[in-house]
Design a protein. Structure first.
Length: 128
């Protein structure tokens, strides 16, 4: 991957890259938004725990394609309140080493169930 964070624009607000270029010969996987729910319908209370479970669920999806979290090139994350940003960013920053993927984080009014605080979708790329 080639990471793009040009000096001609403002540096990222947090740990993410402005752009990630996927070279030829790579497969792409588009992962639907994952919510923090276990197979037996358990939902953690905190945004931090929900974020970890979202990334755990994403890792399981990626594994079915022979990929891992390190193959993620783009994150779209959604939280329901600014108060959830520190918990989300703490987990995201622990999951991704440098250089980090491209990322967008949005505050939304809610999800299908009120108990959810975080939803994360990703795009991953790995060699053929």
């Amino acid at each position: 991957m080639k990471y793009h964070t040009p000096d001609s624009i403002r540096a990222p607000f947090a740990r993410y890259s402005h752009g990630v270029e996927v070279p030829p010969g790579h497969r792409l996987l588009f992962c639907s938004g994952q919510l923090a729910i276990t197979k037996d319908d358990s939902i953690p209370e905190t945004a931090e725990a929900q974020t970890q479970l979202c990334f755990d669920n994403i890792a399981a999806v990626l594994e079915t394609a022979g990929m891992g979290l390190a193959d993620i090139v783009r994150i779209n994350a959604y939280v329901t309140d600014r108060a959830h940003l520190p918990g989300y960013m703490k987990v995201r920053d622990a999951v991704f080493q440098a250089p980090p993927p491209a990322s967008t984080l949005m505050i939304v009014s809610g999800f299908a169930r009120e108990v959810f605080k975080v939803e994360i979708e990703v795009i991953a790329a790995a060699p053929e």
